[in-house]
Design a protein around this ligand. Structure first.
Ligand code: F6P
Length: 479
């Protein structure tokens, strides 16, 4: 944290994202403030708490709207205010076309290889441009008294913001971080506005992706679609006098936020199992937004195959799946939610007896305080994404294991697999390999488990979210 402050000097940090870190929702007559699910907030909220600044985001939870001041700015988190949250209010129509439409029916499936066909509608694109302008204007207003402000733009919802800012404030130092994969040029070219998106992004001085592979794809895409000068050695692009450097910055978590010591793990395990109302000896855990990219169905089919293949675990192994509903106004998200429930139900019906249930599906919003105890007592954690920029659940699980036990089963298609080589790596399309990985995890020698976990923990302890921010800011200010 100190290093971030040193890099910032006397500068304030300005961060823009679609998703807000604290949502105000109505619960009966009361207004409740919740932290939404998703990697972006998990990663960046600790950073903003540590260095203050202004976070500009879509005010999706607007239950408090009538009671905030005129500028719509509040200090968060409510229990210990440490930074400013400025909300951009969107109309239903804007949200429908910019967020659900262009961002999540267009760019999201375009960038993830899951064979869900992207949909690009002209009216969504128009709204996407307008909303990007709205975000840029909100920022421009905030930085009017700042010299060379440092601006961190987050993710695919705001691809046009860097250029919109740069045109008005050439002195601003802008980084754009893309939290999801970047596809190859053939795939990106499907987007009818591929050029416009690239031009918008290239307003940034620095563009970050999680891994080198996405940086390579990005440069190839620029090379294919735009007139520009590319320096392949230094990974930079020059276009109309603006130079943009492209670099990998693998995102991470705040290690310390997960590492409370549990005195009696066995007792905690018994307590949690009892609270679930089931009987089990071994526990697996999964934590996801319910999204078709996460491979939740494949995970459940892997559990089914595991119990068929290794019946000695029937009655002993239960998998606890936390699933927060996500983007539910999109058909594919409603479908995947139904399918996940249906498959869990079918598998439970097949193997359950007395109090035994192989899959406990906890659908809904779950705060970290409810999830972390399960990370701590689980024998294994499963991340089976079909494609994922990074996946922070994998890192949260590791950070939670101060006992150096537990096994991480990790998809080879999650960015995290490039770093966490001591996980049990699987191909989620290969159900048999998931089943065998569960067996291997549950029967792994305690020394081997510890050896693997120790290595992954020391990696994440060092490469935590503060280091990520420090590296990003240091690269930006030195450009
Ligand atoms: O990781 C990509 C991302 O879109 C993040 O921006 C966000 O934290 C997460 O997925 C959740 O998505 P949404 O904000 O649409 O709920």
């Amino acid at each position: 944290k100190e290093f971030i402050r040193i890099e910032l000097g006397d500068k304030k940090l300005f961060l823009l994202s679609n998703r807000e870190p604290y949502m105000h929702i109505k619960e009966g007559e009361n207004i409740k403030c919740v932290v939404p699910a998703g990697g972006l907030v998990t990663a960046l909220d600790p950073v903003m708490k540590a260095c203050d600044g202004v976070w500009i985001a879509h005010g999706a939870g607007d239950a408090d709207r009538e009671v905030v001041d005129r500028e719509d700015k509040i200090r968060v988190p409510p229990e210990k205010p440490s930074y400013t949250l400025k909300r951009v209010w969107l109309t239903k129509e804007e949200e429908k076309k910019y967020y659900y439409g262009f961002s999540n029916e267009g760019l999201w499936p375009l960038c993830h290889i899951t064979y869900v066909r992207p949909v690009f509608r002209k009216e969504d694109w128009i709204e996407y441009q307008r909303v990007n302008e709205k975000f840029a204007n909100a920022l421009l207003d905030e930085i009017k008294d700042e010299d060379s402000p440092l601006v961190l733009v987050q993710d695919y919802h705001l691809a046009l913001v860097p250029l919109l800012i740069k045109q008005k404030r050439p002195d601003a130092k802008i980084a754009l971080f893309w939290h999801i994969p970047w596809p190859n040029p053939e795939v990106f070219g499907i987007c009818p506005w591929a050029r416009e998106i690239l031009i918008g992004m290239l307003g940034a001085d620095l563009i970050g992706f999680h891994i080198q592979f996405y940086c390579n794809n990005f440069l190839d895409t620029v090379d294919r679609f735009l007139e520009s000068k590319i320096d392949w050695e230094h990974f930079s692009i020059e276009r109309r006098g603006q130079i943009t450097t492209v670099k990998p910055f693998p995102i991470s978590v705040s290690f310390e936020d997960f590492s409370d010591n549990v005195e009696n793990k066995a007792k905690l395990k018994v307590k949690l199992i009892k609270e679930l109302g089931i009987k089990a000896e071994y526990i697996g855990v999964g934590v996801d937004r319910i999204d078709y990219t996460k491979g939740i169905l494949e995970r459940f089919l892997g559990i089914e195959r595991f119990l068929e293949k290794y019946p000695q675990f029937i009655g002993k192994f239960s998998f606890v799946q936390f699933g927060s509903p996500s983007r539910t106004h999109i058909k594919q998200y409603r479908e995947i939610m139904d399918a996940v429930e249906e498959v869990a139900d079918r598998i439970n019906w097949k193997f359950q007896s007395n109090n035994y249930k192989p899959i406990v599906f906890l659908k809904g919003y779950h705060p970290h305080s409810k999830i972390i105890p399960f990370y701590k007592i689980a024998d294994l954690c499963m991340v089976t994404s079909l494609h994922d920029g990074m996946n922070l659940v994998a890192k949260e699980f590791i950070a939670s294991r101060e006992d150096e036990s537990g096994v991480l089963i990790l998809s080879q298609f999650a960015g995290a697999s490039r770093e966490l080589k001591d996980a049990v790596i699987i191909n989620p399309y290969d159900i048999e390999s998931i089943a065998d990985a569960i067996y291997d995890a549950l029967t792994m020698d305690e020394d081997e488990k510890m050896e693997r976990m120790r290595k992954m923990r020391s990696f994440i302890q060092e490469r935590n979210i503060y280091r990520w921010t420090r590296d990003l800011i240091a690269s930006l200010v030195r450009l």
